[in-house]
Design a protein around this ligand. Structure first.
Ligand code: ADP
Ligand code: MG
Length: 320
């Protein structure tokens, strides 16, 4: 079976390219020209029970997670999220008024926080799947793309890495009652870095959200920008709780665990000074983890000086 990315590129990628499409398939969101000074930003993500959330998740948790992971793609574009549509497929026996009220409450909590309006969707009976399309706006030429990184740029990540994978391990191993409150919150209520995305506009040379694992997503920046990256494992931001509770796994989770929904961005050398000042002043929660280096044939990532094999890079729905 082809990998997820080969499948997209073979069967769907050449259907893009209509008039008004400024950026089609291949980044965190598409950019569409309008007649205003803004471009429309469009991202879709689907969450399937048993794959993107465990069956023990409650309706409110499923709703907050679904909306937050979509917001993360809009954040990665440096865009302002505004509207969303919801395609809900739900087994009839699940669709009690209690379930739907809790689901609606979860959506409302996140929608209120980010000032989003639900503008349409579809409701069908079937295995529980939530598909959300988020629309936002970004000034023409203001969007952060995967493709702008250059040799010499510094590589940063926001927040801490590895929490998503740790949360999933705890949720699926112990049952939800045993899970650390912090990790449970990170999993069902991941904080999309919308404000940081906006702050990085016209500064960052490239940006992606970390959904499939840090190395996998940094790999997408390398591929789109035709560069390589050098990362130091010592510099990875890992929460102290994770280091203490999972001394063996925490670094591997930080490198290749999914579901962190932090941003990975690159900055030209002359701008990193400004961002480092924000970081020191506590105005930006981000850590410098490495540098962009000249491309070889494979858009490789060097971890502590050694090439990283694709096997440990991250999640692919069709190759794992
Ligand atoms: P992300 O992890 O940021 O959500 P994906 O890895 O899911 O992005 O997708 C990579 C790119 O391929 C995105 O630009 C996405 O819009 C596009 N894409 C994924 N699946 C399809 C599809 N079935 N048809 C068209 N485009 C797709
Ligand atoms: Mg993304």
């Amino acid at each position: 079976m082809a990998s997820e990315f080969t499948l997209i590129s073979k069967y769907f990628k050449n259907l893009t390219g209509q008039r008004a499409v400024a950026l089609g398939i291949g980044d965190d969101a598409a950019l569409i020209n309008t007649t205003s000074a803004q471009r429309l930003v469009v991202a879709t993500d689907s969450l399937v029970e048993g794959i993107h959330f465990p069956s023990c998740a409650n309706a409110e948790q499923i709703a907050t997670r679904a909306l937050c992971v979509n917001l993360s793609d809009i954040a990665a574009m440096g865009a302002t999220p505004k509207w969303f549509t919801l395609a809900l497929t739900i087994p009839p026996e699940t669709a009690s008024s209690q379930w739907l009220e809790a689901f609606s409450r979860g959506l409302a909590t996140v929608a209120k926080e980010y000032d989003l309006a639900l503008v349409g969707g579809d409701t069908t009976a079937g295995p529980l799947t939530i598909s959300i399309t988020l629309l936002g706006e970004v000034p023409v030429d203001g969007a952060l793309l995967r493709s702008g990184a250059s040799v010499g740029d510094s590589i940063y990540v926001t927040g801490t890495l590895g929490d998503g994978a740790a949360a999933l391990a705890e949720i699926t191993d112990n049952g939800a009652t045993e899970v650390s409150k912090r990790l449970l919150d990170r999993f069902y209520n991941p904080q999309p870095q919308v404000q940081i995305g906006l702050k990085l506009r016209s500064l960052a040379s490239a940006c992606i959200d970390i959904s499939d694992g840090f190395l996998a997503d940094l790999g997408h920046i390398c591929q789109a920008s035709e560069v390589c990256a050098e990362i130091s494992s010592q510099q990875l931001p890992i929460h102290p709780e994770l280091k203490t509770n999972y001394p063996e796994q925490s670094v591997v989770w930080a490198l290749s665990g999914g579901d962190d929904y932090q941003l990975c961005f690159t900055l030209p050398q002359q701008l990193s000074h400004k961002v480092d000042q924000w970081i020191e002043a506590g105005e930006l929660d981000a850590t410098m983890v490495g540098h962009i280096v000249a491309a070889d044939d494979k858009h490789a990532i060097l971890l502590d000086g050694n090439p990283v094999t694709t096997a440990i890079r991250g999640y692919d729905h069709f190759s794992n």
